[in-house]
Ligand binder design. Structure first.
Ligand code: BG6
Ligand code: MG
Length: 209
């Protein structure tokens, strides 16, 4: 992991804990549809795109809907989610995340965001950390969701670096797989038993300060 020139960060679960807000909004949708959506079910949605998340939720509820209805449901969920995250501020940055970004910048490492979320730009703005990123790749820029490597390959490209020069920080299994497929080193954020394929695993970025 020495001689790294670029660091690519996932957002949800690495820099900020938005999973709780995604969960509140999905749970609300499930309640409207008449079934319970537990925190355990919610684990399956981490790192997964908005539409794929909805499909998993409908599968849990044993419900099928037309494409048009699904789009309307996803929009409804997102409106609720945006209501929650609008109120976020810098106090919700996960422990050590901002300090770690600053530490890497001071070492001359280029930094990119590699997130599936279409709400990423608003979240970074609310947290006041947009300026710490040299490139921002989010759900609006990619067409293929993790575990496809597209998001990280685009990130390296925007930084002007090769995949071998980059390292990825991820909390989701699908994200670790995407980074490995891109040919990048991986740091898992979370539990070793879940992030088995990561090169190393820490509980949070604070451990790397
Ligand atoms: C990922 C989250 O970062 O973004 C997923 O881990 C989420 O839970 C995905 O579904 C898409 O987010 P958004 O904000 O575009 O609905
Ligand atoms: Mg994540």
């Amino acid at each position: 992991m020495n001689n790294i020139k670029g660091a690519l960060f996932d957002l949800d679960g690495v820099i900020v804990d938005t999973a709780k807000y995604h969960y509140l909004a999905w749970k609300r949708l499930a309640e409207e549809l008449g079934f319970e959506f537990t925190e355990e079910h919610n684990e399956r949605l981490k790192g997964v795109s908005r539409m794929r998340s909805l499909e998993i939720l409908l599968e849990v509820g044993g419900i099928s809907r037309s494409e048009e209805e699904k789009l309307a449901m996803a929009e409804k969920k997102n409106n609720w989610y945006v209501e929650y995250i609008k109120k976020m501020d810098g106090t919700e940055i996960l422990k050590g995340a901002k300090e770690y970004l600053l530490k890497l910048r001071n070492q001359g490492v280029k930094i990119a965001l590699g997130s599936a979320s279409k709400n990423a730009p608003m979240i970074l703005d609310n947290l006041g950390i947009t300026g710490l990123f040299d490139a921002i790749i989010d759900g609006n820029k990619v067409s293929r969701a993790k575990p496809d490597p597209e998001v990280f390959l685009l990130g390296a490209e925007e930084l002007g670096l090769t995949a071998a020069d980059c390292i990825v920080y991820e909390d989701a299994e699908a994200g670790i797989e995407a980074a490995r497929r891109a040919g990048m080193g991986t740091v898992g954020i979370g539990r070793r038993d879940i992030l088995k394929d990561a090169d190393m695993v820490v509980s949070g970025l604070y451990e790397l300060l």
